[in-house]
Design a protein around this ligand. Structure first.
Ligand code: MN
Length: 336
């Protein structure tokens, strides 16, 4: 498959690179890295997304490197579409439909579980810590040198998807790729400081309110926190200020499923799940119409916050309780 992807990249000249809605560090890092690689190869490459990336990633790129999709975005003349870090066309947002309609080559690099295939030429590897790792593999297959601007983007993707090399998806390859990036000149403390080392007052004020909602279920095996619209308003916080708040309940000893629910709008709730031990929260997320990884997943629910709390917690309690029964039956492997 790599040979096929390499030949598609070599033969085409005008690329459009995109990723999932609400781009995270891996979406930003892998798209930016691929855009820079293709540009270095003398190709015309555009990086187009549905949403503006969170502020903490803006140090990574020049404004001209990114286009935010709207009805004026011209998509003619594109001969290859690269979808990165997405397992489902719907996750691309408003861009999905016009892109699917284009007669262009389509490639995909991703590390999420997916039913079937997104496009014909795709590398989907759930063992990869980040899509940025797959972009690094692609660079090797292209026999292209690793420049500092590409390395900074790749390092950001790997660092954020492993939460600074501490989540269960951190493997030897993640460190190898990081090592190659450092050899290319990346400053690990600088990237860390830009992304994690700076908290706004609004974020900390929001955190103090969200932490006061910390609750347990299923004898402490499920822990959750939530944020109401009012909390954001009181704290002066915006979307993105709540990044990784799910780590608060997850850090509690004995917790197997941690959940963070936030009211993004009246009647809309975004849910993040994190899992420990043999829990698979991608199943929970899919149950509610979302998706993700075994240990980290998300979904958006169209219902009031109190109803979402009830349903999501009930599902989690059922899941940890059900796992009890299956471990008695002898299963219970710790999936990477
Ligand atoms: Mn990712």
């Amino acid at each position: 498959m790599w040979d096929r992807i390499v030949s598609i990249l070599r033969k085409n000249d005008r690329f459009l690179i995109t990723s999932h809605i609400r781009p995270d560090g891996d979406a930003v890092g892998s798209c930016l890295a691929l855009r820079r690689i293709l540009t270095e190869m003398g190709k015309a490459a555009r990086w187009v997304t549905h949403h503006v990336p969170p502020q903490e990633f803006s140090f990574l790129f020049q404004p001209g490197e990114l286009e935010i999709f709207d009805k004026f975005t011209a998509l003619d003349g594109i001969d290859c579409i690269c979808a990165l870090d997405v397992s489902d066309w719907r996750r691309i947002g408003d861009l999905a439909e016009p892109l699917q309609a284009l007669t262009a080559d389509k490639i995909c690099l991703d590390h999420h579980p997916c039913d079937g295939v997104l496009v014909e030429a795709e590398v989907r590897d759930e063992q990869a810590s980040a899509t940025a790792v797959l972009v690094y593999r692609l660079l090797r297959h292209l026999d292209h040198p690793l420049s500092l601007p590409v390395a900074e983007a790749i390092y950001t993707g790997v660092m954020t998807d492993t939460m600074s090399f501490r989540l269960a998806n951190t493997n030897a390859e993640a460190h190898e790729v990081a090592s190659a990036c450092l050899q290319a000149g990346v400053s690990a403390p600088r990237i860390y400081e830009q992304i994690y080392g700076t908290s706004s007052m609004a974020r900390l004020k929001l955190a103090s309110q969200v932490l006061s909602t910390l609750s347990l279920a299923a004898d402490g095996r499920v822990a959750y926190v939530y944020a109401t619209r009012e909390m954001y308003d009181t704290a002066g916080a915006v979307r993105g200020d709540d990044e990784d708040f799910v780590e608060y309940p997850r850090s509690l000893a004995g917790v197997e499923i941690a959940i963070f629910l936030r009211e993004t709008d009246v009647g809309t709730v975004r849910v993040s799940w994190r899992a420990r031990n043999d829990m698979d929260v991608s199943l929970s997320a899919r149950h509610f119409g979302g998706g993700g990884h075994v240990r980290a997943a998300g979904a958006e629910l169209n219902m009031p916050l109190d109803a979402a709390l009830k349903e999501v917690i009930a599902e989690a309690v059922e899941r940890v309780t059900h796992a009890d029964r299956s471990s008695v039956a002898g299963s219970g492997t710790d999936r990477p």
